[in-house]
Ligand binder design. Structure first.
Ligand code: MIG
Length: 730
């Protein structure tokens, strides 16, 4: 046996098991020193052995064992039965058997009987996970190298495990308040005029919007950090006009740097040796949108500094958000393959085609596209050592985003900004959030949206969302409506679509659809006091705020309910996920619930439901919120952009069968003063007095912060669903 297993107990609940000499990945912020490890023979749960340079971990699965997690991989929240490749890759389409994902979160909670154990594989390369696929009673992880740190978390509750994982991989970055508004994207708004039209479309139809995204066509020949000045003659003016209207512009940045003499980014990268290298030590060349490109080696600190500073051309003009795309990295082809292909075409004797000849030939033509072997053709430099890219593959996207985050913090130490990354891994949440990649305008992807966002949150990546309406293909109005009604609960609330698809902006639909979409988006803005409080609480505690029902309720049937989820502790969403349907079954665990059928943020019907399964009506223009007993939700009058957000009056809807309390959170939404002790809280409580609910509030202002809230309007429902209202001025 060449390998050794050692362990360190980091805290009561966290242990690290080390095989061999793992690379320092940067995923964990709590890597134990070599000397603290002691020899052990036993890894919890798993048997292990070496097998052809791989480390093979396997364990038996009991009939009811479950495996929750793995971030944004396709599949249920319980991934049992799936086969996954834990290796970042363009995962298109998100179909049920797709094993790859743009983001790779090698973290899961294993539940056997009632015992919960969390595992985090701190390993930056390929792990083939078989979660009961080959044999239903066996899981197996084939780790591509026998050097790995495995963090093991123990706890009585799911939240304990999630918190431990955040302790190890770090808490979520601090997004600006505008990150919680509605965002509009398309591949691509191609001109300044088009961007202005989009903003105007929202404003004239009274639909709120906070950000418009710029996809790759704003660039000059897809040269990163360039702008096509014919299409965008006055970007600076555009940025400031948009900002004045409460709209942030968010440009896309790809890592591939076009090979072109005279292009500054390219020249500097070559001169300073900033690019990944091939076997000969020359800059590695692959092709992406700009044609032939080199790829920055983000594992080198000096490259991160350089790259992060390049964003200055945009931040100096007022940009405060970016989306980093293609950073798995996606590579379309290599010039070597293209040359070989050209030769093949030239030498082909077409007259000799017989039977399968033409088929084989045509098949061979496409075999060069996005080949996995490209990851064996270049090298990076980790702590001064040359490593094959494949060996550190999963770090690429995180390190790209880290470079931007760190540069921005250097230059604007007190400001917040929004970074999104397509590729990510454990720890990425410290630098930015994610969108879940290229989904489709398919009803199945609404359900997947829930599964992905919830699993990402469990893995510590709180700021995320999927492309609403679907990226590829085209949606009908009903699909966009139902997806928007679902999207109101997710941190990233962004509508996006591919090239040449139908107009997918909410204002682009017929008036009756538009009215429904406006109400949905306005409800999202109305819910900001609640959603922002929940997000910020999660960011602090490490426990996710979008959770499966089984995080809260013991009833066995909650285990597999993946089309209902909790938003905070008090609110349950049961979105409409199939076409043509106006009713759905909703399971209400534990006690009674209040159904709020929201047509508009301030126009809704309230129905009291006993626990159990119910067939609930849900017309197209309505969003169902379910309020748990002894909990409350907060709303405020929606605004057209969070730039105008001012929750002077908080509307509280509470369902009080004995008593409830909530800690509302508020900060300036733009600076990091909140992390330096400047924020406000209001403790809102209600209890029954003579059978009727009575509310109370208690203000806590921290540091110099003064709360925006001046008045609290309480709408209190008692045990029988009877309503009392009460207004408290602060
Ligand atoms: O390969 O920039 O996921 O959101 O619109 C396509 C164009 C490249 C993939 C991203 C998508 C974006 C698109 N990009």
């Amino acid at each position: 046996m060449t390998n050794t297993l050692r362990k360190v107990q980091l805290s009561d609940n966290i242990c690290v098991y080390r095989f061999g000499n793992p690379l320092v990945t940067g995923c964990s912020i709590m890597v134990p020193g070599e000397t603290s490890f002691v020899r052990t023979e036993i890894l919890p749960v798993f048997d292990w052995k070496e097998d052809n340079e791989n480390l093979l971990l396997s364990a038996e699965l009991g009939d009811d064992d479950a495996l929750f997690g793995f971030g944004q991989h396709v599949g249920g929240i319980n991934k049992r039965g799936r086969r996954l490749d834990l290796f970042c890759g363009q995962s298109l389409p998100h179909n049920p058997t797709n094993r790859r994902s743009n983001g790779n979160y090698p973290f899961f909670i294993y539940r056997a009987n009632d015992k919960l154990t969390g595992f985090f594989f701190d390993f930056p390369s390929h792990i083939a996970a078989d979660l009961g696929f080959e044999e239903s009673d066996r899981m197996e992880f084939r780790v591509a190298h026998p050097d790995i740190d495995i963090y093991v978390y123990e706890g009585d509750h799911y939240n304990d495990i999630c918190r431990s994982h955040v302790e190890i991989t770090g808490r979520t970055f601090l997004p600006p308040l505008w990150a919680f508004g509605f965002h509009q994207c398309r591949y691509s708004y191609e001109t300044e005029a088009e961007v202005r039209n989009v903003a105007e479309g929202f404003r004239s139809s009274g639909i709120p919007v906070d950000a418009i995204y710029m996809d790759i066509d704003y660039m000059d020949h897809y040269k990163v950090f360039s702008v096509n000045t014919e299409r965008f003659p006055d970007l600076k003016g555009l940025i400031s006009d948009m900002k004045a209207d409460g709209v942030e512009l968010v440009p896309i940045i790809d890592p591939g740097v076009k090979v072109e003499a005279g292009y500054e980014v390219y020249e500097e990268g070559i001169k300073e040796n900033y690019f990944c290298t091939d076997a000969e030590g020359d800059p590695f060349t692959g092709a992406v949108w700009p044609g032939l490109t080199h790829f920055p080696d983000f594992l080198k600190p000096e490259v991160r500094k350089w790259w992060g500073d390049l964003y200055k051309v945009f931040t100096d003009q007022g940009i405060r958000g970016f989306w980093n795309d293609m950073n798995e990295p996606e590579i379309f082809y290599r010039p070597e393959e293209l040359d070989a292909l050209k030769e093949k075409v030239a030498e082909m004797d077409y007259t000799a085609f017989e039977d399968r000849g033409a088929i084989d030939f045509l098949e061979s033509l496409s075999a060069w596209w996005q080949k996995d072997s490209y990851y064996d053709a270049f090298f990076q430099s980790l702590n001064g050592e040359k490593v094959l890219h494949r060996r550190v593959h999963n770090l690429y996207g995180m390190m790209m985003t880290r470079s931007v985050c760190e540069a921005f913090k250097d230059r604007h130490p007190h400001e917040r900004f929004l970074l999104l990354s397509r590729a990510s891994t454990a720890g990425s949440q410290r630098y930015g959030g994610v969108w879940t990649g290229d989904n489709h305008s398919w009803w199945e992807h609404l359900r997947l949206n829930i599964q992905m966002v919830i699993s990402l949150g469990m893995a510590g990546q709180l700021y995320c969302g999927a492309d609403i309406g679907g990226h590829c293909d085209e949606p009908d109005p009903e699909l966009v409506i139902r997806w928007t009604q679902l999207g109101i609960f997710f941190p990233l609330f962004r509508n996006h679509t591919v090239k040449n698809s139908r107009a997918q902006e909410p204002y682009a639909f017929a008036e009756s659809n538009r009215d429904i979409l406006r109400n949905a988006i306005r409800l999202r803005y109305a819910l900001l006091p609640y959603l922002y409080t929940e997000f910020m609480n999660s960011r602090k505690s490490g426990a996710p705020f979008l959770t499966p029902l089984f995080f809260h309720f013991k009833e066995a049937c909650c285990d597999s309910l993946e089309d209902q989820f909790m938003v905070g502790n008090g609110l349950m969403a049961a979105p409409m996920l199939s076409p043509g349907s106006r009713h759905r079954q909703v399971y209400l665990p534990d006690g009674p619930w209040l159904h709020l059928a929201m047509r508009e943020w301030n126009d809704f019907d309230v129905t009291l439901y006993p626990p159990g399964a119910h067939m609930v009506q849900n017309p197209l223009d309505t969003i169902s919120l379910f309020l748990r007993e002894n909990h409350l939700v907060l709303l405020t009058e929606p605004v057209k952009s969070t730039a105008e957000y001012n929750p002077q009056a908080l509307h509280v809807i509470a369902f009080v069968t004995s008593k409830c309390a909530y800690r509302y959170y508020e900060d300036d939404g733009l600076s990091n003063n909140c992390d330096r002790g400047q924020y406000g809280e209001i403790i809102i409580s209600a209890a029954l007095e003579d059978g009727k609910p009575v509310g109370q509030v208690n203000i806590q202002e921290h540091g110099d912060y003064s709360l925006k809230v001046e008045k609290i309007v309480l709408e209190l429902y008692g045990p029988a669903g009877d309503r009392v209202t009460q207004t408290i001025s602060l």
